[in-house]
Design a binder for this molecule. Sequence first.
Ligand code: NAD
Ligand code: UGA
Length: 467
Amino acid sequence: MKGKIEFQIMFEKRILCIGAGYVGGPTMAMIAYKCPQHRVTCADINPERIAAWESGELPIYEPGLEEIVGATRGRNLFFSTDIPSCIRDNDIIFVSVNTPTKNFGIGRGEAADLQYWEKTARQILQYAVSSKIIIEKSTFPIKTALAMERILTGQTEDIHFEVLSNPEFLSEGTAINDLANPDRVLIGSRETEAGFRARDVLVDIYANWVPKEKILTTNIWSSELSKLVSNAFLAQRISSINAISAFCEKTDADVAEVARAVGMDNRIGSRFLNAGIGFGGSCFKKDILNLVYLCRHYGLEEVASYWESVVKMNEYQKERFIRNMLNTMFNTLSGKRICLFGFAFKPNTGDTRETPALDIARKLLAERAEVVITDPKALPNARLDLAGAEGNLFYEENPYKAAEGSHAIAVMTEWDLYRNLDYEKIFRGMVKPAFIFDGRNIIDRPKCHEIGFNVFSIGKPPLTHYE
Ligand code: NAD
Ligand code: UGA
């Protein structure tokens, strides 16, 4: 009892996040770091994940994360698997559980699978003994808040649950900087007195480190939809430049030069115009497919197929990449050793969800190539992703050893490491003619060509040593 009184005196607010993944963990660590006056708990049903958050070896790799977790863990940041008591003890509850694409039943392959979210809402209802603010942190389909309200309201007279939408815009690999210096924080609320009150509580938390003009408040549906639209727009830019990369390859234009020329127009802007083998990551595809599903649900077939084409273009880019490898390497990859430089869906993360490298590896194995995968952070996940895959598959952390004896290198992830390797040394150890297929346009093309490689990049004229 004495402990409980001290605990209430020490901290102004008690904040919980249900779901301690790529979003829940770093976001709560940042709130704890910037708000020492609040007590923050991150809870998850996965005991291994929670044990890892509590250990020296965090469950996810994110530059700068160890430092802020180290500074806050045990001070005002705590981890737990005891979800019922966490719900009882906290007044502000973020929900950051996974919302993958549904892989069964109606909406299979498109709609969001909301089972984890609904289970969480029902648990909140079951264990809460006082009023709470519930914050949607996961990316949800528009109108999820309405469903959440329906589950939570009307069951107990003295307890009120106010639902807010506060989508997360962080990118993996730069999560800590994105959280510390966000372009904006978006908070959607019901336009009622209770809604505004709850919204202001959340605004006050972020205002500890985010300038007020960057905290955007909207109605709850605009907030939910803005998250899907942001990801759709970002992915659309990548598919647009990738479409142009195919055109460049037919016409000897250079996609990087085109992107630079186009991006210098302030109205267009230069970011997210890097052509490559396609976007990966757990969210772009899932969120666009969800948008497509919702458009169809509302009878907007033309709008649905417009957004669907962004995903189709992404698939086409991977297909094109493999076809190009096959055509270039004399129409057979069978028995050839191909080294994949990188497996993570982007650099500075070990995350491999929806990584294009997985598709490429599978397609190469289907061609009966021997595949060697190297990556500084993602090999454990690569092993899980490809467990049970048939064929000759090897993993090697050292890129020099990985490339030894290969017929070709295919760059899958834009890790800085691969920009600065000793390609002369690599070339010496490879089977000739040696090929590089640069799926991320990061290597020094003229230099590698001079060394002796046949260099194929996305959206650029090939540099070869034959006619
Ligand atoms: P994740 O899979 O890494 O984490 C989700 C966690 O929720 C898991 O650890 C899981 O065990 C836990 N969980 C599931 N059901 C639970 C329950 N009933 N009770 C307690 N814990 C439960 O997913 P993530 O990458 O953190 O994404 C979470 C959400 O955030 C998704 O909706 C995603 O679209 C969105 N998002 C992700 C990113 C990103 O960069 N990964 C960025 C912005 C938004
Ligand atoms: C993306 C968004 O950028 C975040 O704002 C959003 O919060 C997040 O999704 C989410 O909702 O999960 P993330 O997937 O972590 O973040 O990484 P990005 O930097 O967006 O890269 C996604 C993919 O696009 C990567 O495979 C990357 O290699 C590729 N990409 C990116 C390109 O091919 N070209 C580019 O110009 C940029």
